[in-house]
Design a protein around this ligand. Structure first.
Ligand SMILES: *[C@@H]1O[C@H](CO)[C@@H](O)[C@H](O)[C@H]1NC(C)=O
Ligand SMILES: *[C@@H]1O[C@H](CO)[C@@H](O)[C@H](O)[C@H]1NC(C)=O
Ligand SMILES: *[C@@H]1O[C@H](CO)[C@@H](O)[C@H](O)[C@H]1NC(C)=O
Ligand SMILES: *[C@@H]1O[C@H](CO)[C@@H](O)[C@H](O)[C@H]1NC(C)=O
Length: 684
């Protein structure tokens, strides 16, 4: 009786509660704006002003819950679990792209108050003490984003599980959907993109279907990821259950968990939850995940440190290269270089010659390469830059002192030396640019530019001009300047057919640059006075000798020597001795020359070629002879003396001027190396 009364009382109690619970529940939240009263939140959860339901933020070890405010009637009177259906869209924003956690659940719970639940692997649903306890009466679909939270359990990250009273899943599936071809496509929960979930439970068949897919797919996959018979649900579900979500973050791994929209249906006319209109949902939260590679902190730190070191090294290298490039253009000046008025800056020369481009080369000679350059755009500012690489920079300082004084030389028959520049192992000399090229090319190049031979008048004027230039060097300037390399290729012809001597004094550079105990003789074979090969002493007389050869060359149009036994001065001398000196005149002139002038020039040439330096006239006299201010003295063939058979054979190699004993000894000494190397190259 008592027991009957008790049963009756309980029955009444149940009836009373049942009365309070509606038999059907259907709702849809297209976002949660203004639904604070319909959603019962706990823990870290909040409804954002834009309508997003945020279950947790990315703080460490937090949990949050959100349940529909009214309980749902899930049991029929005959204790079978009613069908229910739910649909929601969620977004998980990890703190960094590979470091999200822990996850969230869709839960059926007897109470919306889960304040006892723990964070991390307990997902805001249970705690260490009640995990697995049958009295929990919780069913959860877990969306776990962390791998192997418990030692010994081989859980995988990024999976969906069906949990009954426990956080150990009975059913577990990696996150995937079936595409239209029935193929399984896995994807990441922790991607920052909206993901839609359908959970449908069919009461009569006790089957639970679950479908999950990124909303970007547009339509729901036909085949559910999970379709399971879940009779266990009967042991869980009580008359009234609260439906909702729980979520949690871990200590090191944390994500913000958002629900964008949610619908639910149970017990009503519509067995399936209402379809969410994605366009009506609040915008998904921005993906503010820090990009991180999948390495742990130490490796990342190492990589960061390494890249920093490499960057610094690259920066240093770059700086060094820029500096080195600067260095190539900027000169580092030695003290003595600074106060010279004729010093040019390398940078300017570099710019003037287009960086010493090949197409700017106008000549290559024994002393170096000549480039045409322009200091400004005006053509009158054209310069010729001679780039010399001396075999030693030792004598350069003294040489520059000389250049400084040579730079003050001014004469209409000299190429004006504008200045100099030392750059590393190069010495650069800057001259006026003379447009017509050298006498060499005018005399010999075929076909010549003019198409005609160089006229007699031009030749005679050129001869006089060269004599005048040499006179200035030897006698008219404040100090004696020996040219040392008078020859046609060093005579430049300007627009007015006026000759200009170039390269004066330059040979000194080589004489000085050599080691002191050897004497280097610099000159060009055929133009070198005989005494030069004996004692190496350049003098104005040796310049006169070279001028004599040049004069004979201008008249005859023949080179001073050939590879054989021919020597111009000897040949002219023979003609002179036989009284036929005019036979030496360039046959290409035909009759187009002044016989008197030609004879005079040849006689002067012979006189200048006298083997004895003392017998050669000084330049002042040469010019007087040329101007007929003075008569040319008679030259006797008996004093000439080149035709000794003893000198002839050996001498042919050196133009017939070297006596046999000197030649053999000097040939083996270093004194002749310069002759044999430099003088075969015709310098400009
Ligand atoms: C959510 O709030 C809006 C505005 O207050 C209301 O119209 C709507 O019915 C609510 N939704 C639910 C499911 O209660
Ligand atoms: C009881 O359960 C069966 C299925 O197990 C169901 O068809 C029936 O409608 C339920 N409800 C009632 C009130 O009997
Ligand atoms: C939730 O449950 C705890 C104990 O489990 C209790 O202390 C707390 O007051 C409850 N909160 C609400 C809102 O019911
Ligand atoms: C569950 O999925 C299976 C297989 O796709 C389907 O036959 C069944 O109707 C589904 N049940 C529910 C309740 O959606």
């Amino acid at each position: 009786m008592v027991s009957f009364l008790l049963v009756l009382f309980l029955e009444i109690l149940v009836q009373a509660r049942t009365a309070r619970t509606e038999t059907t529940t259907e709702f849809i939240f297209q976002g949660f704006k203004g639904n604070q009263s319909e959603i019962q939140i706990g823990g870290d959860s909040t409804i954002k002003p834009n309508g997003l339901l945020r279950l947790t933020d990315r703080d460490s070890n937090v949990a949050g819950t959100a349940f529909y405010h009214k309980p749902v009637r899930l049991l029929d009177s005959n204790s079978t679990v009613r069908s229910f259906s739910t649909c929601f869209v969620f977004v998980i924003i990890p703190s960094s792209s590979n470091n999200g956690g822990f996850g969230f659940t869709f839960t059926l719970s007897p109470t919306p108050n889960r304040t006892d639940a723990d964070s991390a692997q307990y997902l805001g649903l249970l705690n260490e003490r009640n995990d697995g306890n049958p009295s929990n009466h919780v069913f959860a679909v877990e969306f776990d984003t962390v791998q192997g939270f418990k030692d010994g359990t081989n859980r995988i990250g990024n999976h969906i599980g069906l949990n009954f009273n426990s956080l150990s899943s009975d059913v577990q599936e990696p996150v995937a959907y079936y595409n239209n071809d029935g193929k399984k496509e896995e994807f990441q929960l922790v991607s920052g993109e909206p993901i839609q979930v359908f959970v449908d439970y069919d009461g009569p068949t006790k089957t639970l279907n679950l479908t999950v897919y990124p909303t970007r797919l547009g339509s729901k996959p036909i085949i559910p990821l999970i379709s399971r018979h879940v009779p266990k649900l009967s042991d869980i579900v009580q008359d009234e259950m609260f439906v909702g979500f729980t979520a949690a973050t871990g200590r090191d791994q944390s994500s913000a968990h958002y629900v964008m929209g949610w619908s639910f249906s149970s017990g009503g006319e519509h067995p399936l939850a209402a379809v969410l209109d994605l366009s009506e949902l609040p915008p998904p939260p921005p993906n503010t995940a820090k990009k991180r590679s999948g390495y742990n902190g130490k490796v990342i730190a190492l990589i960061v440190a390494l890249s920093a070191v490499i960057s610094i090294m690259l920066a240093l290298l770059l700086t060094f290269m820029v500096y080195k490039r600067r260095l190539q253009q900027e000169e580092i000046l030695e003290d003595w270089e600074i106060d010279h008025p004729h010093r040019f800056r390398y940078k300017d020369l570099h710019a003037a010659t287009d960086g010493f481009k090949e197409d700017r080369i106008i000549g290559t000679g024994g002393f170096g390469t000549v480039f045409r350059g322009s200091i400004s755009t005006s053509s009158s500012d054209q310069i010729a830059v001679k780039k010399i690489t001396p075999n030693s920079m030792q004598g350069v300082r003294e040489f520059v002192a000389e250049i400084e004084s040579l730079g003050r030389l001014r004469h209409k028959n000299l190429v004006n030396l504008q200045g100099w520049c030392k750059h590393r192992n190069d010495l650069l000399l800057i001259y006026d640019y003379v447009p017509n090229g050298s006498l060499d090319s005018l005399l010999y190049s075929e076909p010549r530019r003019s198409g005609a031979v160089l006229s007699w008048n031009a030749r005679f004027q050129i001869a006089k001009g060269i004599a005048s230039g040499l006179l200035y060097l030897h006698e008219e300037w404040e100090q004696i300047v020996i040219h040392r390399d008078v020859k046609p290729s060093n005579v430049l012809i300007d627009d007015d057919m006026n000759p200009r001597l170039g390269d004066f004094g330059l040979a000194r550079l080589y004489e000085r640059g050599s080691q002191s105990h050897t004497t280097v003789v610099v000159g060009t074979i055929g133009y070198m006075a005989p005494e030069l090969t004996r004692n190496g002493n350049s003098s104005s007389a040796s310049d006169v000798f070279a001028f004599g050869v040049l004069l004979l060359e201008i008249v005859s149009g023949r080179k001073p020597t050939d590879a054989g036994s021919f020597f111009l001065a000897d040949w002219v001398m023979e003609l002179h001795a036989s009284g036929e000196i005019l036979g030496a005149v360039d046959p290409r002139l035909g009759s187009g020359y002044d016989g008197g002038e030609a004879g005079l020039a040849l006689a002067i040439g012979l006189l200048c070629c006298h083997p004895k330096p003392g017998s050669r006239p000084p330049m002042k006299m040469v010019l007087r002879y040329l101007n007929r201010d003075e008569d040319v003295p008679e030259i006797g063939a008996e004093n000439w003396g080149y035709s000794d058979s003893s000198t002839r054979d050996l001498g042919s190699k050196f133009g017939g001027y070297v006596s046999s004993d000197r030649a053999s000894s000097s040939y083996t000494s270093s004194s002749l190396t310069r002759i044999s190397s430099s003088s075969f190259i015709s310098g400009r």
